[in-house]
Design a protein around this ligand. Structure first.
Ligand SMILES: [Zn+2]
Length: 409
């Protein structure tokens, strides 16, 4: 299989090297270095950035990919004296005013092109695959299924599964063995299981004296897990060991990013409130009779964005929303109005399906609102799920190592 890096390389080569025309380098406004090819290629780099990223052994420690220059002050006064493009070696050579010399491979420079297209390509291909938002009616089109055995045994299938979790936000694995270790094996196949106040692997079944609402047979309303954590669980791996024979016990799910986007388009004033007013999320109790006590608190809006303005996280859990609402008095009524509209959209867009024994339902807990319909256990048929969490840092890292097994730089 061709790696993405290889394909990007080919794309770049087609774009930049259609003709083996010569490249000239020049200094612009004392602040930029520009490479121009006769067929129109233009690459422009700030001098300060070039000097900061000098690749010589004095400035850069190749074995650890670590910059070892400018530890105390940045290279503010860097100015190029002379620049030259070495056609034979395909390298830009810069002689600086303090007589330091730097050499950059053309390929290395192209991968760090500052153009809008190149930056976006890097974010989409290497940083995070863009999310595909979906409505209730698109559920069938976005559902991805994989054989449990293939995910465990084949790296290409593992990669496709993780890509589906990043893009569509959920996936179903079929044919898992009747083994309480399945959720743990999947978490460890990705990397590391996440430890929370509910332990590492957790069991979802109706329990007497339940410490958590999920451990009751009542319907479980739409929610995300652990909004009360700053480092909220990234994905939820839910293995169905025993499914309820009763008509209930079905999964419900809504794409929270789709709902947030719909709210932004159709009710911008509500969107503004839900993405700015902080809510107190809490979890106080202990896990089981002998479990350690916990007192979790995290303050964040329902809709959270990342530095690029993309949806990063949805917080919603009616059961875990604190009655302490530490916002100014006049914000409260308006916030409830916005929240009511959000919930209406969440339920309007909810899909319903019922997993079978041997299914593993895995979803992005930062994005997917999920719940369960009510069910009836009988002495012979007790619904039993085993779950585990993994953080997105671990998942993205695994995905990148699968896509780019031998990164040169
Ligand atoms: Zn250097």
């Amino acid at each position: 299989m061709l790696s993405c890096r290889h394909m990007i390389g080919q794309l770049l080569n087609r774009q930049y090297q259609r003709h083996a025309s010569s490249i000239t380098a020049k200094i612009l406004e004392h602040r930029y270095v520009e490479l121009t090819q006769t067929d129109g290629l233009q690459l422009k780099y700030p001098s300060i950035w070039l000097r900061d990223n000098c690749q010589c052994p004095e400035c850069f420690h190749g074995a650890t990919r670590a910059r070892q220059s400018y530890w105390e002050r940045s290279p503010l006064d860097a100015e190029a004296n002379r620049v030259n493009y070495d056609e034979k070696r395909q390298q830009l050579v810069v002689n600086w005013q303090d007589d330091h010399n730097s050499v950059y491979d053309l390929e290395w420079l192209k991968q760090r092109d500052f153009s809008v297209e190149a930056r976006q390509r890097y974010l989409d291909e290497v940083y995070k695959p863009p999310a595909q938002l979906w409505s209730k009616s698109q559920f069938g089109d976005v559902t991805r299924e994989f054989a449990y055995k293939d995910v465990i045994e084949k790296d290409a299938v593992l990669g496709a599964w993780l890509e589906a979790l990043a893009v569509q936000g959920f996936a179903l694995l079929r044919g898992a063995p009747d083994d309480v270790q399945v959720a743990r094996h999947l978490a460890e196949r990705i990397g590391y299981i996440k430890l929370t106040t509910y332990g590492d692997v957790f069991e979802v079944k109706s329990k007497p004296n339940a410490g958590n609402y999920a451990y009751l047979m009542k319907p479980l309303p739409m929610h995300t897990d652990m909004p009360y954590y700053e480092y909220k669980a990234g994905i939820n791996i839910l293995h169905t060991l025993v499914q309820s024979d009763s008509p209930g016990g079905a999964n419900t799910m809504t794409d929270g990013f789709f709902v947030a986007d719909k709210l932004r388009r159709e009710h911008p004033e509500y969107y503004e409130l839900l993405s700015s007013v902080p809510v107190n999320w809490f979890d106080i109790g202990h896990d089981g009779d002998a479990g350690k006590p916990f007192h979790n608190l995290w303050r964040a809006p329902v809709i959270c964005l990342d530095v690029d303005g993309q949806f990063a996280r949805i917080n919603h859990n009616t059961m875990k929303r604190d009655s302490r609402f530490t916002v100014p008095l006049d914000k409260v009524g308006a916030w409830y109005e916005a929240y009511d509209k959000f919930l209406q959209l969440v339920y309007d867009e909810a899909v319903q399906f019922k997993t079978r024994q041997g299914d593993v339902f895995v979803f992005n807990n930062l994005r997917m609102l999920h719940g369960r319909t009510a069910y009836e256990d009988s002495p012979k048929n007790q619904r039993h799920l085993v779950g585990a969490y993994v953080d997105w840092d671990i998942i993205y890292s695994k995905l990148r190592t699968l896509k780019f097994p031998n990164p040169k730089d």
